[in-house]
Design a protein around this ligand. Structure first.
Ligand code: BDR
Ligand code: CA
Length: 311
């Protein structure tokens, strides 16, 4: 079967790591590069986590270190949600992988230039690298099939009433991406807050009994504790939705829309507006709903894909 070439860009982060596990376990995707961006933690932490996670999931694609902060404003990080390291919960063996000699954006350019077909970029962090790529190499737009992103929320935010974290970190970058003319398939809070994981789901993952089951359930225990402290009952596993909306679209309700990023709002900076009527300006799709049971089965299948590696 012909596989879809993808670049994974994110800021691991527990849910980024699990999203990349799902991508690595998929027979449909061909991971061409993995790139990092500051967000959940600073760029050094998320890049080290990326090397560890790529070793863990046998992702052999080159890894490019990306932006240490947003295009215009000061960076923010995701506080305690992902712990001190950005990926607390279990000690991973140190990676024997090394970073590419290319930066994140240089690596994206190389992948796009070398590709004979358009590539999908899956973005699960702030969109700083994606925007920089677009600013730097307009000529490569035709080589990008779509952006599948975790970000935004048309009903509500999670960092402010209007804004979701990934968009709020770098709204100017998100605006460049959303206005690029390349389709944006947005898994925002509308769907990711329904992609809930409960303790009994984590137990099922633990009971798989493999080293990977141990690692992923330990991550989810940690992620669950930080969310429980914030009053969550189940915890939203945001980033895997961006991957699964590409490889398992039937699991979701998805609607076309004209999507705009608010960059100037006094109260709503970083918010996303979706217009479902303005057909002429449709520039993407909003993922609105998920079959939660099927989602959990996909996570379990992905964990089961990896059998051997010791924690
Ligand atoms: C997003 O913010 C990050 O903390 C998560 O990794 C996810 O990408 C959710 O708002
Ligand atoms: Ca993320």
């Amino acid at each position: 079967m012909k596989r879809i070439p993808v670049i994974l860009d994110g800021d691991p982060g527990h849910d980024d790591a699990i999203a990349w596990m799902v991508a690595a376990a998929s027979h449909i995707l061909d991971i061409k590069a993995v790139t990092t961006v500051a967000g959940n933690k600073d760029i050094e932490n998320v890049t080290r986590n990326t090397l560890n996670v790529c070793s863990l999931f046998n992702i052999e694609a080159p890894i490019g270190k990306g932006a240490h902060g947003p295009l215009v404003v000061e960076g923010i990080t995701a506080g305690d949600f992902h712990g001190e390291t950005g990926l607390d919960g279990v000690d991973l063996p140190p990676s024997d992988m090394t970073l590419s000699e290319y930066s994140a954006v240089e690596l994206m350019v190389k992948v796009l230039e070398d590709s004979h077909e358009p590539v999908v970029i899956i973005g699960t962090g702030a969109q700083t690298n994606l925007a920089t790529l677009l600013l730097y190499r307009q000529d490569l737009k035709d080589k990008i099939r779509a952006f599948y992103i975790m970000g935004g929320g048309i009903e509500n935010g999670n960092w402010t009433p209007a804004a979701e974290f990934n968009i709020l970190v770098d709204p100017e970058a998100a605006r460049i991406v959303f206005e690029s003319g390349i389709p944006v398939i947005m898994s925002g809070l509308d769907v990711t807050e329904k992609a809930l994981v409960y303790p009994e789901d984590v137990n099922r993952i633990r009971e798989i009994g493999t080293p990977m089951g141990h690692i992923v359930s330990s991550w989810l225990d940690f992620f669950g504790e930080t969310h429980a402290a914030m009053g969550y009952k189940g915890w939203p596993l945001h980033d895997p939705c961006a991957v699964l909306s590409l490889i398992k679209p039937d699991m979701f309700e998805i609607r076309e829309a004209y999507l705009q990023v608010e960059t100037k709002g006094l109260h709503a900076r970083g918010g996303i507006l979706a217009d479902f009527e303005d057909k002429e300006n449709f520039n993407g799709k909003v993922v609105l709903n998920i079959d939660r049971e099927a989602f959990i089965e996909e996570l379990i299948k992905a964990v089961e894909h990896f059998t051997g590696r010791e924690a």
